[in-house]
Design a protein around this ligand. Structure first.
Ligand code: ATP
Length: 449
C-alpha cells in the first residue's frame, strides 16, 4: 500500500471525526479505552451499512434467477479449516522490535535494518508465522478436542453445503450461492479506521460453472458486472481500479484473479477480490470428508465437479468507501448570501441513511410543527425520512453532513399556499412543490437508477 495521501482527498482523521460526530462509526467499547480492530456502527452508520448490504443483496441475489441466498453458521466443524488450508497456511509472518516492542507484519516492512517506529538498528526478532484465525471452545471443556474457530471467511459454509444447496434449490451450473455475514481474523496490525478489522462482514458470491470452455468468459462477465455495480452507486471511477493478478501473485490453483482496489487517503487498498478458483475448494472438501460433492447431471447421467468463480467483497470496506468517496468540503453561500464552508456527503439516494428531511421553520409555532410532522409521517413508509426544526442554516448544514439528498421546509406560506420549499443537496437549488405532489416528486428523485 502506498503511504502518501492522495492529492486533494480528505484525510482519514476528517472521516473518523465526522463519523463520530454524526453517529456513523464509533470505536468499540470506547469507555474502556477501545479494543483494537473492532468498531461499532452508530444510528446513521447502521443504516448506511445496511443500505450497502441491501444494495449488494438486491443486485447480486434478488434481481437474478441464477443466484440463491445462503446463511451459514460462524462456527463450523474444525475439519472445514483443515480442508480449506486455513489451519496450515492462513498465516502472516510477524516480527517484533526488541527495543520498542512494536509488532509488524514482515511484508509491510520496507527494510529490516531500522525500526520505523523507534529508529533502533537491527532490533528485529526472527520472523514467525502467526495464524490469523480466532479460536474459541465449544461446550464446557476447554481442551483441544473442544477447540473451534470463528470463520475467517463466509465462503466455506457454501462449499460444504454445495450438494444440499443445488439439490434443494434444483439448480444446475451455471448458478451461484451468496451470503453476507461476519468473519473474524486476528489481524496483527488492524488499522486505517475500519479498513483492517478483526471482526468484519463479507458479501461473498460463489458462482459454479460447468467446465465447457466458457469459464474465462464468465469470469470476465463477473468482473464487468462488479464494475457496473460500483458505478451504479456513484463510486468515482478514477478512484477505483481492477488490478489483474499475475500467475505469481495468485494461488497455484487459480486460473485468473482480480483485486478491486480503491484509492483511500493513504493509497490503494483492496476492497474485493474476484477469482477463478477452479475445482480447488470442492475437491479439498471431498478429499477430507470422503463425501461426493460433485454435481450430477441428469441429462448426460454423469458426475462432474463444477469450476468456481468467486466474488468476495468486504462490506465494512465498501461502507468506508461510500463515506470517503462521498465526502466533500466546499465553499458555498448560506441563505443570506454569505460565503461559508460546508461539508457535504454526496451519497447516492439509495445509500443515503436519510433520504428526505422535513423541517418546520419555527419551533414554537404549533401549526407549522404539526404540518411538517404530518408531511414527514406520510412520507415515512415510502422513504427514509427525518423530522427536525429550528434554524434553517444549521438544519441544512447537518443534513449536508449526513448526506441527505432532499430537505423540505414548511414555512408560513405553506399554511396558505399548501406547498413547501424543497432544497437539493448537491446543487442547493430550491423550488416550491405542492404538498400533494411531494410524494411523487421524491419518488422520481430518490428511486434508484
Ligand atoms: P488483505 O490483503 O487486505 O488482508 P485479503 O486479500 O486477505 O485482504 P480476502 O481474503 O480476499 O482479503 O477477503 C475478501 C474481502 O474481505 C477483502 O477484499 C476485504 O474487503 C474483506 N476483508 C478481508 N480482511 C479484512 C479485514 N481484516 N477487515 C475488513 N475487511 C476485510
Amino acid at each position: 500500500m502506498e503511504k502518501e495521501p492522495a492529492a486533494g482527498q480528505v484525510s482519514m482523521e476528517d472521516i473518523a471525526a465526522l463519523a463520530k460526530r454524526r453517529g456513523f462509526i464509533f470505536q468499540s467499547s470506547e469507555i474502556y479505552g477501545g479494543i483494537g480492530g473492532f468498531y461499532d456502527y452508530g444510528p446513521l452508520g447502521a443504516i448506511l451499512k445496511r443500505n450497502v448490504k441491501d444494495a449488494w443483496w438486491r443486485d447480486m441475489v434478488e434481481l437474478r434467477d441464477d443466484v440463491v441466498p445462503f446463511d451459514s453458521s460462524i462456527v463450523m466443524h474444525p475439519k472445514t479449516w483443515e480442508a480449506s488450508g486455513h489451519v496450515e497456511a492462513f498465516n502472516d509472518r510477524l516480527v517484533d522490535c526488541k527495543v520498542c516492542k512494536h509488532r509488524f507484519r514482515a511484508d509491510h516492512l520496507k527494510s529490516r535494518e531500522q525500526c520505523p517506529d523507534c529508529g533502533s538498528k537491527n532490533s528485529f526478532t526472527e520472523e514467525r508465522a502467526f495464524n490469523l484465525m480466532l479460536r474459541t471452545f465449544v461446550g464446557p471443556m476447554e481442551d483441544s478436542a473442544a477447540m473451534a474457530y470463528l470463520r475467517p471467511e463466509t465462503a466455506q459454509g457454501m462449499f460444504v453445503n454445495f450438494k444440499n444447496i443445488y439439490q434443494s434449490a434444483r439448480k444446475r451450473p451455471p448458478f451461484g450461492v451468496a451470503q453476507i455475514g461476519k468473519a473474524f481474523r486476528n489481524e496483527i496490525t488492524p488499522g486505517n479506521f475500519t479498513y483492517r478489522l478483526r471482526e468484519f462482514e463479507q458479501a461473498e458470491l460463489e458462482y459454479f460453472v460447468p467446465d465447457d470452455g466458457q469459464d474465462l468468459k464468465r469470469f470476465e462477465e463477473w468482473v464487468q458486472l462488479r464494475k457496473s455495480w460500483y458505478s451504479k452507486y456513484g463510486v468515482k471511477p478514477e478512484r477505483l481500479r481492477f488490478a489483474e493478478l499475475t500467475a505469481d501473485e495468485r494461488p497455484h490453483y487459480a486460473k485468473a484473479g482480480i483485486d478491486v482496489e480503491y484509492l483511500f487517503p493513504w493509497g490503494w487498498g483492496e476492497l474485493e477480490s474476484i477469482a477463478h478458483r477452479g475445482t480447488y475448494d470442492l475437491d479439498a472438501h471431498m478429499r477430507l470428508s470422503g463425501k461426493d460433492l460433485r454435481f450430477y447431471d441428469e441429462a448426460s447421467k454423469t458426475h462432474y465437479t463444477p469450476l468456481l468463480i468467486e466474488s468476495s467483497a468486504g462490506m465494512d470496506r465498501t461502507t468506508l468507501v461510500m463515506l470517503v468517496d462521498a465526502y466533500e468540503r466546499e465553499t458555498a453561500s448560506d441563505p443570506a448570501g454569505k460565503q461559508t464552508e460546508r461539508i457535504v456527503l454526496h451519497f447516492h439516494p439509495q445509500i443515503a441513511p436519510v433520504q428526505a428531511a422535513v423541517f418546520s421553520l419555527a419551533r414554537n409555532k404549533p401549526e407549522l410543527v404539526e404540518l411538517a410532522r404530518s408531511i414527514e409521517e406520510g412520507l415515512r413508509p415510502k422513504f427514509r425520512t427525518q423530522y427536525d426544526e429550528g434554524n434553517i442554516g444549521q438544519l441544512y448544514r447537518r443534513q449536508d453532513e449526513i448526506g441527505t439528498p432532499l430537505c423540505l421546509t414548511v414555512d408560513y406560506d405553506s399554511l396558505t399556499g399548501h406547498d413547501v420549499t424543497v432544497r437539493e443537496r448537491d446543487s442547493m437549488r430550491q423550488e416550491r412543490v405542492a404538498i400533494g405532489a411531494v410524494e411523487s416528486y421524491l419518488g422520481e428523485r430518490l428511486a434508484g437508477p
